[in-house]
Design a protein around this ligand. Structure first.
Ligand code: HEM
Length: 183
């Protein structure tokens, strides 16, 4: 007889510990998700809207602007890589602990469609980011080494256009997220 209340008490404690643990994991995931968003999207915004135009005004030649942007890019890329990894891991944790989510297969539910769209746009953004960093940047170096100026200028323009596209896609992801959070 004495066993009944004590085992139900133990079950309560275990349940409470599980809830506390889940609360910690979800809170940490939100914190990391928001921090990585600030670093990645905020970083692209800062580069395009502040550092690039500022350096064009302050520095005398296009060569110096390129040199500065190369240095900025080399420092920003590892931070962006880390942010993408954090966003994916924390995003998946937030997804599986979210009561609105059933499955990507259940596209009749508008919440699932929105998160699927967000996931698709994030995948395109990550592909653009890694294409610029690992393929396009090498092509630019090779083309510049061959003194093929017109081709190099074309590749540099493509690289900058891709950053602009990623900023727009990043803003689209934030719009999807705003709707997700409000529904
Ligand atoms: C695999 C990628 C991703 C997944 C699976 C994912 C998933 C999620 C989920 C489930 C939420 C919570 C929504 C809710 O509570 O209703 C969320 C929130 C959020 N996401 Fe993402 N996300 C991903 C990538 C991104 C990216 C790339 C960005 C930045 C552009 C981003 C920005 C945000 C923001 C700002 C929030 C609101 C803050 C928060 O709830 O922590 N997410 N995400």
């Amino acid at each position: 007889m004495l066993d009944v209340p004590s085992s139900s008490f133990t079950r309560h404690i275990i349940k409470d510990e599980r809830i506390t643990m889940e609360l910690w994991i979800v809170s940490l995931s939100h914190f990391l998700h928001i921090s990585a968003t600030i670093v990645w999207i905020g970083g692209i915004f800062m580069n395009l809207m502040v550092i690039l135009p500022g350096s064009k005004t302050a520095l005398e030649s296009a060569t110096l602007v390129r040199k500065l942007m190369k240095e900025v890019g080399q420092r920003f890329t590892p931070l962006a890589n880390m942010s993408i990894l954090i966003l994916v891991v924390s995003g998946l944790i937030l997804l599986y602990t979210n009561r609105n989510f059933t499955s990507f297969g259940d596209l009749l539910k508008s919440w699932n469609i929105l998160i699927f769209c967000k996931f698709a746009v994030v995948t395109v953004m990550a592909c653009i980011h890694f294409y610029r960093g690992s393929i396009l940047s090498k092509k630019i170096i090779e083309s510049a080494a061959q003194a093929n100026e017109a081709h190099t200028a074309g590749l540099r323009k493509l690289s900058l256009d891709l950053v602009k596209i990623n900023l727009l896609l990043g803003i689209a992801v934030l719009v999807f997220t705003a709707v997700l959070l409000s529904s």
